[in-house]
Design a protein around this ligand. Structure first.
Ligand code: GUN
Length: 380
């Protein structure tokens, strides 16, 4: 299990914020009471203005593209009751604070900040603007006017892993990893657990690029993995660069967050897609109804927020059946990805037989599972 010190070191948290993480880490739907200081909902005739802040370009084909699709979907759904706008390619720096303050200045009453590294800036702006509601994707710090939300990307990673396990000939899969936070480590491991559910002998290699969106680096990392014997790749970065590299090199890979099948028709094995629309629709409806809840929301396959789509035609039927079974289990709650026995890559048991990880466990993962080479950056 994660030690506090390891986690602090890994994601650069202070002890105070780690306490906040532990307190706020519960990711199931746990809405708090509507924000006490929030104003009455927009009057029926008054438009609710909503701002979206993105870390990468809307054309990234993945993470941000999906947020943008959902923004357009809610604009379409709620029509002239809302007015949405977005700012793309906003770094996780003081730039994001400036963008949010500007959004508030322009009358936005609801702001979606859609990347992990916006966290401190969201907290700062939200503290100054109690009349505005903030929705922070993938963070762990809440406030009366800050809700946190996420998609269970690890479920999509697990479904992709099943396909990888059925398709790898070298028995070595690889992951191009982005920023070393528990979410990303959890996704790497979940992909490998999926692969090992088909073939327990599967090994995995990881290359970190330390950014969410860096196509040249993502390509280089993919090439390094392929040179090292990997024939099926996954990624936690935002662009289709890994898929494109796999296409050039005759390897196979997955789309992540968005449907990336068009970028690499031969290499593509499936895309683990997030649909933010159901959650965004709920938030907008709640806000219009004057019922906006702060709280923590973590939606997955069950809620229609996550799925593996466009599975390649050459994936054998028995593997498709395994994907279908896992998906059905996630939907009806009879299956959880993180069910023991699970060992870390030093051989230590982290979950006993039949033990199902709770949210505190899931949000603190800083080890690699058995079969993954190397160490999580910053972990002890
Ligand atoms: N920002 C861009 N992509 C991501 C992602 O996959 N996860 C998180 N937490 N933030 C992101």
């Amino acid at each position: 299990m994660t030690t506090k010190r390891a986690l602090i070191k890994m994601i650069g948290l202070s002890a105070v914020s780690l306490a906040a993480l532990t307190a706020c880490g519960k990711k199931d739907d746990a809405p708090a009471a509507p924000a006490a200081e929030a104003p009455a909902p927009a009057a029926a005739a008054e438009k609710l203005k909503i701002g979206f802040m993105y870390v990468s370009p809307v054309g990234d084909g993945g993470w941000t593209f999906q947020h943008e699709l959902a923004r357009k979907a809610i604009q379409e759904k709620f029509g002239d009751r809302i007015e949405t706008a977005m700012v793309e390619s906003v770094p996780e720096s003081a730039d994001s604070e400036r963008v949010m303050r500007d959004m508030v200045g322009q009358g936005n009453g609801l702001i979606f900040a859609t990347s992990f590294g916006y966290q401190e800036f969201v907290q700062k702006v939200a503290a100054d603007m109690p009349q505005v509601r903030f929705e922070h994707a993938t963070g762990y710090k809440q406030a009366d006017n800050v809700a946190i939300y996420d998609a269970k990307t690890f479920e999509g990673a697990y479904l992709a892993g099943i396909v990888a396990g059925g398709m790898s000939k070298t028995k070595t899969v690889g992951v191009v990893a982005s920023v070393p936070i528990p979410e990303v480590v959890r996704n790497i491991n979940s992909f490998v657990l999926g692969a090992q559910s088909v073939d327990p002998a599967i090994k995995a290699k990881v290359v970190w690029v330390n950014e969410w969106f860096a196509p040249p680096k993502e390509s280089e990392a993919a090439a390094t993995l392929i040179n090292g014997g990997v024939d099926v790749l996954y990624q936690n970065t935002n662009s289709p660069a890994v898929l494109k590299t796999a296409e050039e090199r005759g390897a196979r890979a997955f789309g992540k967050d968005g449907d990336m099948s068009a970028f690499a028709p031969k290499a593509h094995l499936g895309s683990a897609v997030i649909d933010w629309t159901p959650y965004y629709s709920k938030v907008v409806q709640d806000t219009l109804d004057g019922q906006w809840p702060a709280g923590s929301f973590w939606w997955g396959v069950k809620e229609g927020a996550m799925d593996l789509v466009k599975i390649a035609d050459d994936v054998p039927q028995d593997i498709l059946d395994k994907v279908g079974k896992a998906r059905d289990g996630l939907k009806d709650g009879s299956f959880a990805v993180w069910t023991g026995p699970i060992k870390d890559n030093s051989g230590k048991e982290v979950l006993g037989a039949g033990q199902v990880a709770d949210d505190a466990f899931l949000t603190g993962i800083n080890f690699y599972v058995n079969g993954v080479e190397g160490k999580v950056p910053g972990a002890q």
